[in-house]
Design a protein around this ligand. Structure first.
Ligand SMILES: [Zn+2]
Length: 486
């Protein structure tokens, strides 16, 4: 079997991040530690399925030498056994309790599992500072990180005193528990960026990073929608600062608009654009520093989002937020932004007949135009995906109250298309990061379908359509018993 081309990062520190205002608050708060468990079940299912297919393919080739033999579909009865075996390799609990965890899955797996223990210091880490820091020469700059650290440090005390851990004036629906989980989440996305930019042939080029808290609603200095540090923009900054990547494509497929990501991308692009214009002026005046090319290599970000325009943060119809979530602005003022609204469909066939190609053409077509406009090179480009699964057809009805869904097969299909785009334009470099997704079924099916799509994109054995969604019917998902963490 070929070396794993896809990695899944698990970060047990995310389990420490808990709602603390009420003792029995699970029914009130949907962004809970158990989300990671549901993601693991979905990832395990995808790995079991992919590995079983590859093993059968290898056996078939070995036994008969028949290249291109039809791969028999998995029998439904084998799912439970494969799933249990794959779950054994996830070790989330063991890693959380400090017990030794294996670094990665056996090499024969189609997917490499990484039990990350990465962490960082939010006050000194260059990428976190670039995005949320206090250096006035950086594009986004306030005293936010110090405030965040102090809110986390005093959260329990404030709750015990009957107050809120969040200062007045900030969204009160959030939770603050531990800066460790927040820092570890950001560190793990940076670790994934390090892996996919590693030019060693055996290093995976695609990653899915299962972390919490999520990040895409957090702007430079306002935590929002369960998000405290914008993980995906930190990944962009890290790719830029550590790996000389100047063109970053961010695709956001969460149900909710990634308003924080868009605002940060705007600030960063505006800063780069201003510096480019200054350099142009210096060159025109003959006082260029003699390095115009390198001077014009600031970070440029394309942000393309598919979301429900009626849901958070636009639920109350706030004009500014609704307009931001509907912006389509390309190569003007240094900005490259495309917002696509999810539309209702009648059936899966109807979704693919009327919408899928349209969404893909807008999100990836504009991404390609961005790369052309900024004269990006494949080496200097990376694709990042804010992979939320709350637009899934299996999300809680309370979350999907505006009836905008995506079929589970969307996640497999779009993962393949995003990976193919990265192969073509970014030397394959793609890091996807967990954002939303709240019901166990949405997370299991969505994360599983996503990893399946990443892992089998471009493989000769990929069976593009008929297997999609087969495992993810509600009746199949219902077979998976779900256990809450103790
Ligand atoms: Zn969301």
């Amino acid at each position: 079997m070929e070396p794993s081309r896809t990695a899944v990062f698990l970060q047990p520190a995310g389990l420490q991040h808990r709602y603390i205002r009420k003792k029995h608050a699970l029914s009130d708060i949907v962004e809970r530690p158990e989300r990671l468990r549901a993601v693991c079940v979905g990832v395990a299912a995808a790995i079991a399925r992919l590995d079983a297919r590859e093993v059968r393919r290898d056996n078939k080739t070995t036994l008969s030498g028949a290249e291109g033999s039809t791969v028999a579909p998995l029998k439904q009865g084998t799912i439970a056994d494969d799933l249990v075996n794959a779950l054994d390799r996830l070790h989330l609990q063991a890693a959380a309790s400090g017990a030794p965890a294996q670094a990665q899955a056996p090499q024969e797996s189609v997917v490499r599992l990484v039990q990350s223990r990465a962490t960082l210091d939010i006050y000194t880490h260059p990428a976190v500072q670039f995005v949320h820091g206090e250096d006035p020469t950086l594009p986004t700059s306030k005293g936010y990180l110090r405030d965040l650290g102090s809110w986390c440090a005093t959260s329990q005390e404030k709750i015990n005193e009957g107050g809120s851990e969040i200062p007045p004036g900030y969204p009160q629906g959030d939770l603050y528990r531990t800066i460790d989980a927040i820092a570890s989440a950001a560190a793990t996305v940076c670790e994934a960026v390090d892996m996919v930019t590693n030019e060693n042939d055996t290093s995976p080029r695609r990653a899915f990073v299962a972390i919490r808290p999520p990040g895409h609603h957090c702007s430079d200095d306002v935590p929002s929608g369960f998000c405290f540090i914008n993980n995906v923009v930190v990944a962009a900054a890290h790719a830029h600062l550590q790996h000389n990547i100047n063109a970053v494509i961010i695709l956001d497929i969460d149900l909710h608009h990634g308003n924080g990501t868009q605002a940060l991308a705007w600030s960063i692009n505006a800063d780069t654009d201003r510096k480019d214009l200054e350099e142009d002026a210096r060159a025109a005046a003959g006082s260029s520093l003699g390095q115009p090319e390198s001077a014009k290599r600031g970070l440029k970000i394309y942000f393309g989002s598919l979301h429900d325009i009626n849901s958070f943060p636009c639920e109350d119809g706030d004009a500014e937020l609704v307009q931001a979530a509907s912006t389509s602005l390309h190569n003007a003022h240094g900005q490259f932004i495309e917002n696509v609204h999810i539309e209702p469909y009648e059936s899966e066939e109807d979704f693919y007949a009327r919408f899928y190609d349209k969404y893909k053409a807008r999100l990836l077509g504009k991404a390609k135009a961005f790369l052309d406009a900024v004269k990006a090179t494949p080496k200097g480009t990376i694709v990042l995906v804010s992979a939320g699964f709350d637009a899934s057809q299996h999300e809680h009805s309370s979350m999907s109250r505006h009836s905008r869904f995506l079929p589970t097969s969307f996640y497999t299909r779009f993962a393949r298309d995003a990976a193919a785009f990265a192969d073509q334009h970014a030397e394959g470099k793609l890091v996807s990061v967990l954002e939303g997704g709240y019901s166990d079924r949405a997370l299991m099916s969505g994360a599983g379908a996503w990893v399946q799509g990443l892992a089998d994109a471009g493989l000769a054995s990929t069976n593009t359509t008929e297997e999609d969604g087969q495992w993810w019917d509600a009746k199949d998902l219902a077979k998976v018993k779900y256990h809450h963490l103790p």
